[in-house]
Design a binder for this molecule. Structure first.
Ligand code: MN
Length: 229
């Protein structure tokens, strides 16, 4: 899938920071300043499952740092291209992958959560429920595997449900940090942040408690929208 096709899909456009889609639509260089997206709800909205202080720090400090880090890395790579000095290209390429991964995954993470009264929690229905059952045996088995994968993330990382393009399968993988151990040719449709900053204030080292609470705010309708058409 080329970039134009990717941007044309509603799912991709919904996850893209506005500045990026606007730039691409104008036919300019697709590289631009990345911006921190607004949350689709208040910091307090996911209480009591995810506390407001964690949400505020996570969004305004941690996600912001990934946006800034991605902008910095891309600016340095552009400078290297202009000066034809690629001595630090490995360093900045790694930074671009790390911060770019963080920006993309957090943008996804905020969107697949919602307050319980506004679409969060409950059980998946329709196409998504059918696909989860076909791929994992049942929704319950999917949730067990996803929870186990998340709890078992070594150090800082994520559990991610991917929609694979080649055969339409749903697969669960872990990501170390924001960008390692992933695969290609898939669309991430559901992700849970297992970095300590996502849960430590409220749950300390009890990852299972964090996940038990987190399932109450998963926005299944958004997960279904994230599936590749
Ligand atoms: Mn995070």
């Amino acid at each position: 899938m080329d970039r134009r096709t990717f941007l044309a899909t509603g799912t991709a456009a919904a996850l893209m920071p506005a500045a990026l889609t606007a730039s691409a639509a104008q036919g300019d260089s697709p590289r631009t300043q990345h911006t921190l997206p607004s949350l689709p709800y208040e910091y307090t909205a996911l209480e009591p499952f995810i506390d407001a202080k964690t949400m505020e720090l996570h969004h305004s400090k941690h996600h912001k740092a990934y946006v800034d880090g991605l902008n910095k890395a891309e600016a340095e790579i552009a400078k290297a291209r202009e000066s034809n000095d690629f001595a630090l290209i490995e360093y900045w390429s790694k930074k671009a992958a790390f911060h770019g991964g963080g920006h993309a995954l957090h943008s996804l993470f905020w969107n697949i959560m919602a307050p319980p009264a506004k679409g969060g929690g409950g059980e998946p229905t329709g196409t998504l429920a059918d696909m989860l059952t076909a791929n994992f045996g049942s929704v319950e088995r999917f949730k067990k595997q996803f929870t186990a994968a998340a709890i078992a993330v070594e150090g800082s990382g994520w559990a991610i449900l991917h929609h694979r393009h080649s055969d339409g399968a749903l697969i669960i993988l872990q990501a170390e940090n924001q960008h390692k151990l992933t695969t290609w040719n898939t669309t991430p449709v559901l992700a849970v942040d297992m970095w300590e900053h996502a849960y430590y204030l409220k749950h300390q080292n009890r990852r299972a408690d964090y996940l038990a609470a987190w399932w109450n705010v998963v926005n299944w309708q958004q997960v279904q929208k994230n599936l590749k058409p």
